[in-house]
Write a protein that binds this ligand. Structure first.
Ligand SMILES: Cc1ncc(C[n+]2csc(CCOP(=O)(O)OP(=O)(O)O)c2C)c(N)n1
Ligand SMILES: [Mg+2]
Length: 362
């Protein structure tokens, strides 16, 4: 794919800036960031298509959010905990959650780590400190703040990261979480991916405050809006906020992004998106902006990028083929992970359910 796109807003860096921004291994860093961002795009394209074919039940794309997600993932530390919003699945993958497990989850089959109990696209990845997403908008904000409070009490070196959208800033949980974090100066970062829409509601109707990051000041800590389609800016800002956490307390980072797809597979934005929106979004496409920088700096040629895309597509196709034929979780799993220890009447429920099913439970 050629990076020459009419109207594209180029990333504001040249070759000479990058070692200072990304360190001596800046070329490797850019290749890594690009690989994850491309994976996000390949996943979205393929899975939206699968949903339209009736092969997965639901999908929530994050096209347009790739730089925000990858910049965030690469800036955090292993010990940090991520409390995702609707579109941070790529953060779990870039933190090391296996793609195969995520694909099993999308099919809610028997290998899905959620045992089919969550909607598709709501992965949980404890091993990389990625908490299962709560569909209730904003609820993850207080979960993250509570976790940060616990980490403070336990002298845990980690931080909590609350990821949410512009719409979530109107929730009670946003106020409660921001206030508590400010009062106690907790080790928590607020990452508000402002994609300018809460389904069909534009951010201008969500709040009278033009810059969401400005809300942080009312809670006594810093807020900063950044270009969320610039992976380098996101990486830098979050890493600096993470480093300052112990001395300066929380930060609200507001990456401004463009939602380039429907809200989810259940939405039709042609009914509400104004004329020109998609063109403006395309001019800020995070992947194309990075490709243009890769061209300009000679880091990864078009042919190498095309090979990478084909490799990712092939890998994904293989994983989908495996996941699609994996049976759903057995009925006996209904009784697993509900309570730590089995006890009556759970055992009685299980046994009577088993009898109704024909007595096959192990
Ligand atoms: C408390 C609550 N209200 C409404 C909904 C329905 N809903 C799901 S996503 C969404 C919009 C969220 O917008 P935003 O926070 O900006 O995140 P985005 O989807 O844009 O990433 C709404 C209203 C919900 N899930 N929870
Ligand atoms: Mg939004």
């Amino acid at each position: 794919m050629s990076a020459a796109v009419a109207g594209l807003v180029p990333l504001p860096y040249g070759r000479e800036d990058l070692p200072g921004l990304l360190g001596p291994n800046w070329e490797e860093w850019l290749r890594t960031a690009y690989r994850w961002m491309l994976l996000g795009r390949v996943l979205d394209t393929r899975m939206l298509g699968m949903q339209r074919q009736g092969r997965v039940g639901f999908y929530g794309p994050a096209t347009g959010h790739e730089a925000a997600n990858v910049g965030l993932a690469l800036s955090l530390r292993k010990e940090d905990w991520v409390f995702p919003g609707l579109r941070e699945q790529l953060v779990a993958l870039a933190r090391g959650h296996p793609l195969g497990q995520y694909v099993h989850h999308l099919f809610t089959n028997g290998v899905d780590p959620c045992k089919g109990r969550q909607m598709p696209c709501h992965p949980t990845a404890r091993e990389v400190h990625y908490v299962s997403m709560s569909s209730t908008v904003g609820s993850q904000i207080i979960h993250a703040v509570g976790c940060a409070y616990a980490m403070r009490l336990r002298k845990d070196p980690g931080a909590a990261v609350a990821c949410f959208g512009d719409g979530a800033t109107s929730t009670n949980e946003f106020h409660a979480g921001m206030n508590f974090a400010g009062v106690y100066q907790l080790p928590v970062l607020f990452f508000c991916a402002n994609n300018q829409w809460a389904i069909s509601l534009p951010v201008s109707k969500q709040t009278r405050v033009p810059v969401l990051a400005d809300k942080a000041g009312e809670y006594g800590f810093n807020g900063v809006r950044i270009d969320g389609t610039d992976v380098i800016a996101v990486f830098h800002t979050v890493r600096a906020a993470r480093e300052r956490l112990a001395e300066q307390g929380p930060t609200l980072v507001e990456p401004l992004v463009y939602r380039m797809t429907p809200h989810t597979s259940s939405d039709d934005p042609t009914r509400y998106v104004p004329k020109g929106w998609m063109e403006e979004a395309a001019a800020h496409d995070p992947l194309t902006r990075l490709e243009e920088l890769l061209d300009r700096t000679g880091v990864l040629a078009v042919t190498a990028r095309e090979t990478l895309r084909q490799e990712l597509e092939t890998e994904l196709r293989k994983l989908i083929a495996e996941a699609e034929v994996t049976p759903p979780p057995g009925p006996d799993t209904l009784f697993v992970d509900t309570f730590r220890d089995t006890f009556w009447p759970l055992t009685e429920d299980r046994d009577s359910f088993d009898r109704e099913q024909g007595g096959h439970f192990p």
